[in-house]
Design a protein around this ligand. Structure first.
Ligand SMILES: [Zn+2]
Ligand SMILES: [Zn+2]
Length: 730
């Protein structure tokens, strides 16, 4: 029997919390199913800390609604959801532990409240008289811990309800729409078409940008640049109107340029280059993306740094330090590569941090203690250093620069030069993540005449808009109220994993993504427009405020979904035809030599890819494909046997190889010769397997028509088989 059970959200956080509360004197119990920490404190008595692993229950459809072929409207109209246990080991620990009081010390936000409530429910079911309290903190430091555990508050049910409403709504929307689109187009199993309340409007934005780029008509324009000189300093001046849209006009101006330019106007101004505002999650992800750390990874690293007590809680919209002990943090960061910057900051008369938006949320993302560089993975250190660097910059002064605008008369045409010189580099001196540069102009006097030492007529073209990067996309999602600071990276991840998008710095949609978005826009616009999902987002906020109940919001969202489904059913045939056509197009490999229909890429029941005739079962022509490496269909045919040629890029090989898809084609003999003897002997063995595999795929194709996936929204799991059919087969 303990006095107190403490619940943490994750094991690392639990260890850090136990360390602090016990002053390092805790006992670690490693059970087979769960690790816990035991310790005594003067104010909590005998304690046991049980760490969770995030959610210990998951919302899912009841069994009778789990088939993809269940009547979708019926699911929406029924009470179809239930919460199931996903962490039996943890549940066992919770069930077996008794104490007078229970303190929830999960992350301090909606999700943390919901996770904490899951543990509360399990414990209260056994011992209903346990006193439940909540420790609310923004960083795992001794100050924050002592404060949170001495000012315990009640568990906030509204916060937990807001989180759970999201889980339920997203399951309904995601599963119902995904099932509709996948089953009505026949794209189930590995090829299922994912649709979601947040992911689809986000995808629509990416597609919209891509179409802008595709439809962009570039137009020519001209620029004129001059090189001027004063006292051996050369500098550039450009035509004041910058873009000249007419070639003849540009050439006329250019040919009229003489030898001299006269200074006719000089304007000098002092300008502040503002230091950054404190980091919220969106900006943090954006800056991390600039350092080549993608959104999902950056969030994972930040969470880890938080749980180990190095930085504050990384999910926040706040850009103002409220209740942050800045002096103490600066002391904590001493004895490191940040010393020089800290010295500069402390030399100021007073530290006045910059500030942006103020919310009731956690403080902005900031360091709390010095992380040991040698113990961190280089990428973790890169992220930590960014957070520290940004924090320090917000405590230092704005930079000051002197800007000069000079105008020159050149045979009646006006040219301009811009200069920028730092008076005080301020925060730029301690912030390595910006490259603001000086542009030096010589000292100029109005009326003076300078020689033109060079001139250039540049022919240019207007450029299409740029694709979104992970950073700019997350920023856009924030602006459109799509998802939350916590869910955005995972939404992007989903789009990548469904092959809807590719690229990190320039996100490009696939053809299927374009078709899905276009089809939804034509027949169910609400799914891809940000307004509907933003409205739901707003309603979830109202649950947190206590203005709406979870049941009401979930019911409302189901009504919306039912209306959408009505429209979808009305247009089912058109939707199906359009999407199937794109799917087939994307998988066409070439022409079948037996019947002249299309050869298409297919996936067998065992999850193996192969090429088969689209006229199956009328025509049974098929070829095996390598299961490893990246395959590109070339649209070319083998000169010898006329089968399609494919290109294969193997994971460890630098250059892709091109070869005939037909295993018995003699062109493949040469390719085999390039293998070592060992490879060759393996390949003869594999040939046998390839033949079996080929037979197998034909049988599987017939079976494929009757597979009915069971899982709700997740991909039905394919039976994993040892993949030994590689390029050696040929
Ligand atoms: Zn055929
Ligand atoms: Zn061939």
């Amino acid at each position: 029997m303990y006095d107190t059970i403490i619940i943490s959200e994750k094991p690392i956080a639990g260890q850090s919390i136990a360390q602090i509360l016990s002053d390092g004197k805790m006992k670690t119990n490693r059970e087979k199913w769960q690790t816990t920490f035991e310790f005594d404190t003067s104010f909590l008595g005998r304690c046991i800390l049980i760490p969770l692993k995030g959610h210990i229950t998951d919302v899912d459809f009841k069994k009778e609604y789990s088939s993809w072929y269940t009547d979708l409207k019926n699911i929406i109209k029924s009470d179809a959801l239930f919460y199931k246990t996903t962490q039996p080991g943890i549940v066992r620990s919770l069930n077996e532990t008794e104490a007078k009081r229970l303190i929830i010390a999960t992350d301090a936000d909606r999700e943390g409240e919901s996770i904490g409530r899951e543990a509360v429910k399990i414990i209260l079911a056994k011992k209903s008289k346990t006193k439940v309290e909540r420790a609310y903190f923004s960083a795992i430091t001794s100050d924050e811990m002592n404060n949170a555990f001495s000012k315990l508050i009640p568990l906030n049910e509204k916060l937990a309800d807001a989180a759970d409403s999201r889980r339920e709504i997203d399951l309904y929307w995601g599963a119902i729409l995904t099932r509709f689109l996948s089953t009505s187009t026949g794209l189930v199993g590995k090829d299922f078409l994912s649709v979601g309340r947040v992911q689809s409007p986000t995808l629509a934005k990416i597609v919209e940008r891509e179409l802008e780029i595709e439809n962009f008509k570039s137009s020519p324009y001209w620029e004129i640049k001059l090189e001027l000189e004063k006292q051996k300093t050369k500098f550039e001046a450009e035509y004041k109107k910058r873009r000249i849209l007419n070639k003849a006009e540009a050439e006329k101006i250019f040919s009229n340029i003489g030898q001299k330019a006269k200074v006719i106007n000089l304007e000098k101004k002092e300008m502040a280059i503002k230091r950054p505002v404190p980091l919220n999650t969106t900006d943090f992800l954006r800056f991390a993306a600039n350092l080549n750390v993608d959104a999902m990874k950056a969030m994972e690293i930040a969470e880890n740094l938080y749980m180990r007590g190095y930085i504050s809680y990384p999910r926040t919209d706040n850009q103002t330090y409220v209740g942050v002990n800045i002096d103490k943090i600066l002391v904590n960061l001493r004895g490191s590569e940040f010393d020089k910057a800290i010295d500069k900051i402390l030399k100021q008369e007073k530290i006045t941090p910059s500030k942006g938006v103020t919310t009731k949320d956690h403080p902005p993302v900031h360091p709390v203690t010095l992380a040991p560089k040698e113990k961190l993975h280089p990428e973790d250190w890169k992220v930590y250093k960014l957070i520290v660097g940004h924090f320090l910059a917000t405590l230092y002064k704005d930079a000051k620069a002197l800007t000069t605008n000079a105008e020159f008369d050149v045979n009646g045409e006006v040219f301009i030069s811009k200069g920028l010189i730092f008076i005080d580099r301020g925060w730029l001196d301690i912030y390595p993540y910006t490259n603001q540069k000086e542009a030096v102009l010589p000292e100029l006097v109005i009326g003076e005449i300078l020689p033109i030492t060079n001139k250039e007529l540049l022919s240019k073209k207007t450029q299409p808009p740029v694709r979104y990067s992970q950073g700019t996309l997350i920023k856009l999602m924030e602006k459109l109220n799509l998802g939350t600071k916590s869910t955005r990276p995972a939404i992007l991840q989903k789009l990548y994993s469904r092959d809807y998008i590719s690229g990190k710095k320039q996100i490009k949609p696939s053809n299927m993504a374009k078709t899905v978005v276009k089809t939804l826009e034509d027949y169910a616009k609400h799914i891809v427009s940000p307004e509907m999902t933003a409205k739901l987002e707003d309603e979830m906020n109202q649950i947190e405020e206590g203005d709406l109940t979870k049941d009401k919001v979930v019911e409302d969202s189901k009504k919306m979904l039912l209306e959408i489904l009505d429209t979808l059913y009305k247009n089912k045939k058109e939707i199906s035809t359009t999407i199937r056509a794109t799917h087939q197009q994307a998988n066409v490999v070439g022409k079948c030599q037996r019947c002249n229909a299309n050869l298409v890429k297919r996936t067998s029941k065992l999850g193996k890819i192969f090429v088969g005739c689209s006229q199956f079962p009328k025509c049974t022509q098929s070829y095996p494909l390598p299961q490893k490496g990246e395959i590109t269909f070339t649209n070319k045919v083998c000169e010898l046997c006329k089968a399609p040629l494919i290109q294969l890029k193997q994971p460890l090989k630098k250059d892709p190889v091109e070869f005939c898809i037909n295993p018995s084609c003699s062109t493949n003999k040469d390719y085999q010769n390039s293998f070592s003897k060992k490879d060759l002997s393996n390949s003869s063995l594999n040939k046998e397997e390839a033949r079996n595999e080929k037979k197998g795929t034909e049988i599987n194709l017939q079976k494929a028509n009757i597979i009915k996936p069971k899982a709700s929204i997740k991909t039905p799991k394919l039976k994993k088989e040892k993949e030994n059919q590689t390029i050696n087969n040929f």
